[in-house]
Design a protein around this ligand. Structure first.
Ligand code: ADP
Ligand code: TRP
Length: 335
């Protein structure tokens, strides 16, 4: 029996290499391993908390679909769809809303961060983990490949599954084989859990420190040249060991594109030569990205085809999600 895998990304802006190495690459690798039934979606309803402009939403959704296909997600191997096409997600989220408490959601990192910034957050942002739990649990998901920052959200999904099962599901051990919701596991690759940005902080759209995944050679050059080279002696690497004079902000990004052995040779040979090291990094990123960038350009010429792929994926996803939702509605007694 294949395990069930599910993951999603919000269409909130240009994908960057942090998104790719932290989450999207795992989707492709696991899809191609043949060991999983993959459900990969565009979390447009989650994005609606941020993107509140019709044209922008449409554009960013198409762009993410192009990204998915260009990195190698394959509609013949995976179910690729858009969250808003499957109404079961929001319907299940409502049912979960009725069993999830306010203090519990107030403990979410994302909520606390927003509060710390004194933002008057909307209900959608507050409820974010509930919709995400619905995304995951509707498909009987076993594994969710994501970056480190999403770990707490998977824990919320597990807690919500347990609570639902407790209230409405299996009442004794004998029934446990027939649990209403399975407990999902996060799949986080430790070595790429937090990809650093050009300023050394976590790479993130919201920090303006990204290297876009489908950047042109010129854009790559611009981003790499802006990497802050604050190494010096006394700096430490991600493992807490002394950096040995290596420019760690360059090195930590370079590590994604070259084996550590080759990299150490290169950095040894070019000690203190930041320009040469940055040039080498530009070369390596460009070589890596080029085939994906070219595939994306081709796909972009036919947006109709991309939309068709999402429609086909929606049909497949709806079948699974609707079946599960029916089970849930029976369990709570509304049908
Ligand atoms: P951003 O922080 O740029 O807005 P998202 O929140 O859209 O990124 O994240 C999409 C996916 O990419 C998530 O699974 C997230 O964990 C992963 N991700 C984002 N940034 C990084 C990073 N710097 N390192 C590793 N994974 C990341
Ligand atoms: N919260 C995820 C992010 O910010 C996106 C997401 C929404 C997701 N629903 C999901 C990821 C379900 C995995 C599974 O990147």
């Amino acid at each position: 029996m294949k395990k069930i895998l599910l993951s999603g990304v919000k269409p909130t802006g240009q994908a960057h290499i942090g998104n790719y190495f932290g989450a999207m690459k795992q989707m492709v690798d696991l899809q191609n391993s043949g060991n999983f039934n993959c459900h990969l979606f565009i979390a447009d309803y989650h994005a609606l908390n941020l993107i509140q402009n019709k044209e922008e939403m449409k554009k960013l959704t198409l762009e993410l679909a192009l990204d998915y296909l260009a990195i190698g997600l394959d509609p013949r191997k995976s179910i690729i769809f858009k969250q808003s096409d499957i109404s079961a997600h929001t319907e299940l989220a409502w049912i979960f809303d009725t069993i999830v408490t306010v203090p519990y959601l107030e403990r979410a990192h994302a909520f606390k961060d927003a509060e710390a910034k004194n933002k008057e957050i909307n209900v959608g942002t507050f409820n974010y983990p509930v919709l995400m739990a619905a995304d995951i649990l509707l498909y009987n998901t076993d594994v969710v490949p994501v970056g480190q920052d999403q770990k707490q959200h998977i824990e919320y999904a597990r807690d919500i599954a347990l609570k639902f099962n407790h209230i409405f599901g299996a009442k004794d051990v004998a029934e446990y084989s027939d649990l209403v919701f399975k407990l999902p596991e996060p799949l986080i690759m430790e070595n790429v859990a937090v990809v650093p940005g050009v300023d050394g902080r976590k790479m993130s759209k919201s920090y303006n420190n990204t290297i876009p995944l489908f950047a042109t050679r010129e854009e790559i050059t611009k981003a790499v040249m802006s990497i802050v080279t604050d190494s010096g002696m006394g700096a430490v690497g991600p493992d807490g060991k002394p950096s040995d004079g290596k420019p760690m902000n360059i090195y930590n990004i370079h590590k994604l594109f070259k084996s550590e052995v080759k990299l150490n040779e290169l950095y040894e040979m070019n000690k203190g030569k930041y320009k040469a090291l940055k040039d080498a990094l530009i070369e390596d990123i460009d070589e890596f990205v080029k085939p994906m960038r070219e595939r994306r350009l081709k796909l972009a010429q036919n947006p109709g085809k991309v939309m068709k792929i999402l429609e086909k994926g929606a049909k497949q996803a709806r079948k699974i999600a609707d079946k599960k939702l029916k089970q849930v509605k029976e369990a709570v007694g509304v049908i």
